[in-house]
Design a protein around this ligand. Sequence first.
Ligand code: AHR
Length: 320
Amino acid sequence: MKKLLQPLVALLAGLLAAGCGQKQTDSGEKKLTVGFSQIGAESAWRTANTESIKAEAAKRGINLQFADAQQKQENQIKALRSFIAQGVDVIAFSPVVETGWEPVLKEIKRAGIPVVLSDRAVKVSEEGLYVTFIGSDFVEEGRRAARWLAEKTGGKAVIAELVGTPGSAPAIDRKKGFEEILASHPGMRIIKSQSGDFTRAKGKEVMETFLKSPEGRQITALYAHNDDMALGAIQAIEEAGLKPGTDILIVSIDGVRAAFEAMVAGKLNCTVECNPLIGPQLFDLIEKVARGEPVPARVAVEEGVFDQSQAAAALPTRQY
Ligand code: AHR
């Protein structure tokens, strides 16, 4: 009788685990289920980030529940609530904006599910709503862009700024870091600043508006919070009959392949690297968190700065 019952008990245990969002590997171990809410696909950076996350989860045999929020916070909140309902083991997400997460983070905490923030940070008034945050130092990226421009121009520039998504951590921090350096260069001033929402189309549209404005012809430099907006702006500059990279110096952030191609073509002057390939580091953290092991509260990503003189040599090595 016992012999007859054993396979039934094993089958029931497997079914229960699957029902709770916990699949099993071939060896019978519990498979880790991770819910990941991604912002969307607004830039080449984001696409590379998504691919890195999906590839790493597949490599590790993790059951990844992936949700694309199409740039909307309300979609991210819905996805996070559905991860609670599914009973995933760990929740990770890239928050589109910094604020407005407390209620849902409290719900996740009550459900006993640990949270890992990926790429962007949140502003919360209470500790313990997430375990760790892995991402770039956006303030430093802004500083690096400004330092490069100050050196290139001898501290003299009339700057147009293409800002990222309003309220997002990279838009806030990249502006802050850039302005921090500008404070010690009185000959550098921002005369135009507007959001291009991190997309190529919006970057082009806003740059067109800048150039058509009465002050448009004074612009000597463009600071774009990401490469996609800079690439859109390059088109707008060319259509206005100017030479991007010469008439208007351009510095942006990310280091995507198309930015390196634009540097080789002489149309972009500098890109500050922001590495999206964080899948391996992210899942190292997630697996530790799932095992209840201690992790640092903040994990930074190593990055560099590339200008036109380094572009041709670096282009073949770019992975995104
Ligand atoms: O959060 C990282 C930023 O988001 C990247 O710089 C940008 O390209 C993306 O959309």
